[in-house]
Design a protein around this ligand. Structure first.
Ligand code: PLP
Length: 446
């Protein structure tokens, strides 16, 4: 189809996720991609870009991996789909559950599969509440999450999300969700104090679980202080609150460890995952639970587990996930993420030294951020109507780099999450392009 026709059809029929319908109607899609290869995406105009976001933080092993296509083809020809409901099972999901149990922290050994991140988080809340019900404490229903958190857009995960714009859509906010401070521009002590206050205010006997992303992604790649999650674990233990780690972005090598919490040697009670488990080649996700929670699910008194999706443990997606994890391990992508992340940070620091509009720069593995500020000495922000981050994203497009802005709470943050297969030369090219884009924005601001 001609590009013009595709643009028109897109405008007419395609409701895009998290989009401004108005903008889409006026301008059409910014890109129509048709080919992916390694860290690169090529659009219908024939222009090639560095995909510095791994699409949506998920294409961990890079684009165009024929190994995954072959596994999917074989599995589809053999058994494309059969259900995992109740007493039905199949080999790919069994092997994947065993594999995930083997790479997860020691006490987490059983997996419930879903089709994506939002379903995984909603499932984790139901499992946490179910656990307390079985334990004879049905009043424990509340979920504490944090400001700036993103946990998805299903009913419960929307409420756990700490970005109020998401609640406004159709009044989705549901009861029993509360938000504490996150350690952004705050110390561990301040963030923990805020958590403690929320717990005391709500009543510890009403709280089922606390959920947190090890590194907040959509909130602006917020990397916590080193002691933060250990303090969180202590606080959860003190009040008997389950700790859910949302590893949907941070899982499967992204931060230089297989799972994000491993950076601080902390064991959660539940871990949710999606995205990187299949590197996005097929939609998939799940919740890994502790042995103690698994035991409560087996309790006869609870009867049937009335929870499950048609695609829980989808055989083809499971086979693809198994191959994807094998590639992450065999190609040492965790280690590569750590080393390339350190190189990326050095590059960001050079950009900061050359420019007058760069505030904090940070990376953990291949999750990174550059903050654009009016005055790096005082961290004074730009006025929101200058749309600095949006302009920077356009300047990055002009340089052939796909990135993502974070603009709420008057921040101008550019997020980075390139595929874990990126090599030194590619990191250097990415840094050079980001450098030129940042200086172009600075010049424009004057
Ligand atoms: N949790 C985190 C940390 C995420 O980044 C996302 C998606 O970006 C989700 C949950 C929701 O996942 P999904 O979009 O697959 O429902």
């Amino acid at each position: 189809l001609l590009l013009k026709n595709l643009v028109e059809l897109d405008q007419k029929h395609f409701i895009h996720p998290t989009s401004s319908i108005q903008q889409q109607q006026q301008e059409g899609p910014a890109f129509i991609f048709e080919k992916g290869d390694g860290i690169y995406l090529t659009d219908t105009k024939g222009d090639t870009y560095i995909d510095a976001m791994s699409a949506l933080w998920n294409v961990n092993i890079g684009h165009g991996r024929t190994e995954l296509a072959e596994v999917a083809k074989d599995q589809m020809e053999n058994l494309a789909f059969s259900s995992a409901f109740s007493t039905f099972s199949h080999e790919p999901a069994i092997l994947l559950a065993e594999k995930i149990a083997s790479i997860a922290p020691d006490s987490l050994n059983a997996v419930f599969f879903t089709s994506g991140g939002s379903e995984s988080n909603d499932t984790s809340f139901k499992l946490a509440r179910h656990y307390w019900k079985v334990k004879g404490e049905p009043k424990r229903r509340k979920i504490i999450s944090r400001k700036k958190a993103y946990h998805g857009v299903a009913a419960a995960s929307t409420s756990a999300t700490g970005i109020p714009q998401f609640w406004d859509m159709a009044g989705t906010f549901t009861p029993d969700f509360v938000h504490a401070e996150t350690p952004y521009e705050k110390s561990t002590a301040e963030a923990i104090d805020s958590m403690r206050q929320v717990i005391e205010q709500e009543g510890p006997e009403t709280i089922a679980a606390f959920i947190a992303e090890p590194v907040q992604g959509a909130g602006g790649v917020i990397i916590p202080p080193n002691d933060y999650f250990q303090e969180i674990r202590k606080l959860c233990d003190e009040y008997d609150i389950l700790f859910i780690a949302d590893e949907i972005i941070t899982g499967f090598g992204r931060t230089g460890e297989m799972f994000g919490v491993e950076n601080w040697e902390v064991e959660p009670d539940l871990m949710t995952f999606a995205k990187g488990v299949t590197s996005g080649y097929l939609p998939f996700g799940g919740v890994i639970v502790s042995d103690e929670i698994h035991e409560t699910l087996k309790e006869k008194s609870t009867g049937t587990l009335f929870h499950g999706f048609t695609y829980s443990g989808h055989p083809t997606a499971s086979a693809v996930a198994l191959k994807n994890i094998e590639i992450i391990e065999n190609e040492k992508l965790r280690e590569n993420a750590r080393h390339m992340g350190e190189r990326l940070l050095k590059g960001f620091q050079r950009i900061k030294a050359d420019a007058n509009i760069v505030g904090e720069v940070r990376t953990l593995g291949l999750l990174g951020a550059i903050e654009l500020v009016k005055d790096p000495a005082t961290n004074e922000r730009f006025p929101a109507d200058w749309k600095v981050a949006a302009n920077a994203i356009q300047a990055l497009y002009d340089q052939g780099v796909i990135c993502r802005p974070v603009t709420f709470d008057s921040t101008d943050i550019i997020c980075f999450a390139p595929p874990l297969i990126i090599n030194e030369a590619q990191v250097d090219t990415l840094v050079a392009r980001v450098h030129d884009a940042v200086l172009a924005v600075e010049k424009e601001i004057g």
